[in-house]
Design a protein around this ligand. Structure first.
Ligand SMILES: [Ca+2]
Length: 160
């Protein structure tokens, strides 16, 4: 009797997961548009940006490209999720190839500067060659140039 109930619950959970998200297992869908899922995976081990870039590759993903409203939905998700709220995360932007020219690692496209993604009260990021990689941190999760050797969690993303 208990077995049957467990199986029913498991089936219901699987059904819910597959109808609600088109993302691979382990990725959460932060899109509000059912026709174009935005699938993110939070890597809950600390490492450098380079390490996180490598880790994302292992799970057949890219280090995340956070554009448009996805940044806001990510902010809300992190703040609503215990275990994520207190942490910084590497995302997939950098100027490691050309100082001051920030691009997304996954496709090489330019990163929008200024609001709403960067803190309007802070001067332009000017961390020179010691701060080449983008991270987001509490409490505001604005994009920041973070130190090349900083250790933090990361966010991977997969296109579906
Ligand atoms: Ca830099």
């Amino acid at each position: 009797m208990k077995w049957a109930a467990t199986l029913v619950v498991a089936a219901a959970t699987l059904g819910l997961a597959s109808s609600k998200s088109d993302c691979p297992v382990g990725f959460i869908n932060l899109s509000n548009d059912p026709s174009s899922p935005e699938c993110l995976n939070f890597v809950l081990n600390t490492g450098t940006w380079q390490h996180m870039n490598y880790m994302c590759g292992i799970i057949h993903a890219n280090i995340s490209k956070i554009t448009g409203d996805l940044h806001y939905r990510l902010y809300n998700y992190i703040r609503a999720t215990p275990g994520l709220t207190d942490h910084c995360f590497w995302i997939g932007g950098s100027d490691h190839q050309e100082e001051g020219h920030r691009v997304w690692e996954s496709d090489g496209s330019d990163i929008s500067m200024g609001t709403p993604h960067w803190d309007a009260c802070e001067r332009d990021p000017n961390g020179s060659i010691w701060q080449n990689y983008l991270c987001i941190c509490p409490p505001d999760y604005y994009f920041r140039d973070c130190a090349n050797d900083a250790m933090m969690y990361g966010i991977c993303q997969v296109e579906v």
